[in-house]
Each structure stands twice: as structure tokens, then as C-alpha cells.
Design a protein around this ligand. Structure first.
Ligand SMILES: Nc1ncnc2c1ncn2[C@@H]1O[C@H](COP(=O)(O)OP(=O)(O)OP(=O)(O)O)[C@@H](O)[C@H]1O
Ligand SMILES: [Mg+2]
Length: 332
């Protein structure tokens, strides 16, 4: 089996194979028009790794994340969870689906918005446990105490009401409510983009610790390359529903291959200038195409200063150009 983005095998917890998620004739869209939110993504998430999904607004990050945990069903392609036995995520029903939902979790930008502020901390954590069938008082206490430690919440606040907590503490409870299910994969959708710097660092630290210590894999969605670099083991760059490049975080940031990745790094205000000097400047042409009218061939070709004839006609496949570093670009 080849290593990297397209691998299968025991170290892989989730594998997306040529996944497409198309939305059709919704609301303002004319009948017959289709939004290709995810358009042929193949990638693997390894056990305990943090894989960042980076891309500008509308590139399909959230849709891919939702598909990964079964919240949206792919129009085509498969998503296989390898959690002891292999299982297709989009096909689980009934009891199987309930079991699977515990193992695949999602942290949102505003995770505490779903918690009733008039609840005590204890209950905010006890209720999801009860849904899991954990009801013995000693077990409940032990699990709650464990998860509170993991997210850095002091034991003394266990009987406080949620409304009495600070923003940071509520964010931690939101994450605790996900971790208490003992997930194998968590999709974290822009979990720190609304937080101030110090809190951001704390939350990133919790995520990193869960990945290292408890082997929880994260699909970490962000539009911020600098955050991706700090947190992730690998980075996948998305453009118009496709993965253009995937590789180790440092390699993707220090030695980007795809012209789009280079342009994104140049535009990132938080990547230092010495690094920017090293990356060849790529001047993107024009605007992001409409979500319903994707270009033929390589979707980036109308905006790419290096576009050749082949780029207009044929879709480039993800290719391993350097060890474990894949790019979908006809330049390679
Ligand atoms: N339920 C839906 N119905 C119709 N179109 C949708 C739906 N969900 C997403 N889309 C469209 O699919 C495309 C990808 O959206 P998605 O939310 O996955 O992007 P994103 O990368 O998460 O963007 P952002 O960074 O803004 O969160 C967009 O054009 C969006 O409008
Ligand atoms: Mg999104």
C-alpha cells in the first residue's frame, strides 16, 4: 500500500474514497443547477493524528467534515471508519448509527451554544453519559472527573451553573461533552477562530494533548495556515471541493508545491516574512469562480499564472511528488 494520503491499513481510522457531495436546486438556485461542495476527495485520517483542512470560504471544508462523521451523505464515493472493524459511515442505521455517532464527534465554533445555561456543570456532562448508558453514580462521577481534568476544568465548579462560568470554561465544557463519548475521531470546525489569543492557545493545547495522550484523531478545519501549522501533523489544502495538496504540516508550509497553496501562504498575514521570501510569489488572477460553475480540468487553472493547455482539459490526480507530500498539479 502506498503511504500518505491515499493509504488504507490498520493505522488509518477514517478513509474517504472519491467522495462527492452535491447540493441541488435549493432556494435561490435555478432548477437543475448543482453546487459541487465536495468533488472527488480521497484522503485518510490516521489514528491519533491532527489533520488540518485548510481552504478559503466555500471550498467545502465543513461539508467534508460533516460527511466524514455521517451528518451528510455523500452523493457518491465512500467513507470507511476503521474502528476495530471496518464500517461505511453513510450507510449505518438504527442502533449501528447510534454507536457510530458516539465514536465520531464534532466541535463547533461556538460549542457552548447548545448547552442550557441554567444547567449545572455536573448535569451538562451527566446527560450525554446517560445517553451512552453510563448511569451508575460512581462511574458517572469518575468519568466526569476524568474529562474535567482533561479539559482543564477545576473540580470545584462541578455544582456551578453554566451561566456562572467564564467564556473559556464554557468552551471547555463544550469540548468535554464531546470527549466524554471517548471518540476515535473529532471534526473540529474552526474551534478557535472566535477566541482571543490566550484562550486560543489553551484550546489548541487540549486538542493536541488529546491526540497525543488519548489517540483521538482530529479533522481540524481552519482557514488560517498559521493555526494549521501550529496544531496539525498534516495539512490538506482544499480548493473548490477538491484537495490540491496534502503533506506533513511543516513541509506544506515551508515547501508548498501547489501554486494555490503558495498564494495562500503569501496572503497569510501571520506567516513570517523570511518564510514568504523563500516561497516563490504567485499572483492569483481574477476572482473565485461561482459555486455553481466550476472550471473544467484543474479548477484552479483560470487563476493560475502557470496554466498550460493540459490544465484546462484534464483533472490532475493527487500525486506523491516528495515522500508523503502529494499535489494535484500538472506542473509535477
Ligand atoms: N445544505 C446546503 N445546501 C446547498 N448548498 C450548500 C449546503 N451546504 C453547503 N453548501 C454550499 O457548498 C459549498 C461549500 O460549503 P462549505 O460550508 O462546506 O464550505 P467551507 O469551506 O466550510 O466554507 P467556510 O470557510 O465559509 O465555512 C458552498 O458553496 C456552500 O454554499
Ligand atoms: Mg465551514
Amino acid at each position: 500500500m502506498p503511504a500518505g494520503s491515499t493509504e488504507a491499513g490498520p493505522g488509518v481510522v477514517l478513509r474517504a474514497q472519491d467522495v462527492r457531495v452535491y447540493f441541488s436546486k435549493k432556494g435561490f438556485l435555478e432548477k437543475g443547477t448543482v453546487v459541487k461542495a465536495v468533488d472527488g476527495v480521497t484522503l485518510s485520517v490516521r489514528r491519533g493524528e491532527i489533520l488540518a483542512l485548510v481552504g478559503e470560504s466555500g471550498s467545502g471544508k465543513t461539508t467534508l467534515g460533516r460527511a466524514a462523521i455521517g451528518l451528510v451523505r455523500p452523493s457518491s464515493g465512500t467513507i470507511i471508519l476503521n474502528d476495530g472493524a471496518e464500517q461505511e459511515v453513510g450507510r449505518a442505521r438504527g442502533r449501528q448509527w447510534k454507536a457510530l455517532r458516539k465514536r465520531l464527534q464534532m466541535i463547533f465554533q461556538d460549542p457552548f451554544s447548545s448547552i442550557d445555561p441554567n444547567m449545572r456543570v455536573y448535569d451538562a456532562l451527566r446527560i450525554p453519559l446517560a445517553a451512552q448508558g453510563v448511569r451508575r453514580r460512581e462511574d458517572v462521577r469518575a468519568r466526569i472527573s476524568d474529562v474535567m481534568k482533561r479539559v482543564g476544568l477545576p473540580e470545584q465548579i462541578i455544582n456551578n451553573y453554566v451561566f456562572q462560568l467564564s467564556g473559556g470554561q464554557r468552551q471547555r465544557i463544550g469540548i468535554a461533552r464531546v470527549l466524554i463519548f471517548d471518540p476515535v475521531l473529532v471534526v473540529a470546525d474552526e474551534p478557535v477562530s472566535m477566541l482571543d489569543a490566550s484562550l486560543k492557545g489553551d484550546i489548541l493545547h487540549i486538542i493536541q494533548n488529546e491526540s497525543r495522550t488519548n489517540n483521538v484523531a482530529f479533522l481540524f478545519i481552519t482557514h488560517d495556515m498559521a493555526v494549521a501549522r501550529v496544531i496539525a501533523d498534516r495539512i490538506a489544502v482544499m480548493y473548490l471541493g477538491q484537495v490540491d495538496e496534502i503533506g506533513a504540516a511543516e513541509a506544506t508550509v515551508l515547501d508548498p508545491l501547489h501554486p494555490y497553496t503558495k498564494a495562500m501562504l503569501q496572503a497569510s498575514p501571520v506567516i513570517d516574512t523570511s518564510l514568504k521570501d523563500k516561497i516563490k510569489k504567485v499572483n492569483i488572477i481574477g476572482e473565485l469562480p461561482q459555486s455553481t460553475a466550476h472550471p473544467s480540468g484543474c479548477k484552479f487553472h483560470p487563476r493560475c499564472p502557470y496554466a498550460m493547455d493540459v490544465c484546462k482539459e484534464q483533472v490532475p490526480a493527487l500525486k506523491e511528488v516528495k515522500p508523503e507530500h502529494y499535489v494535484a498539479c500538472w506542473l509535477y
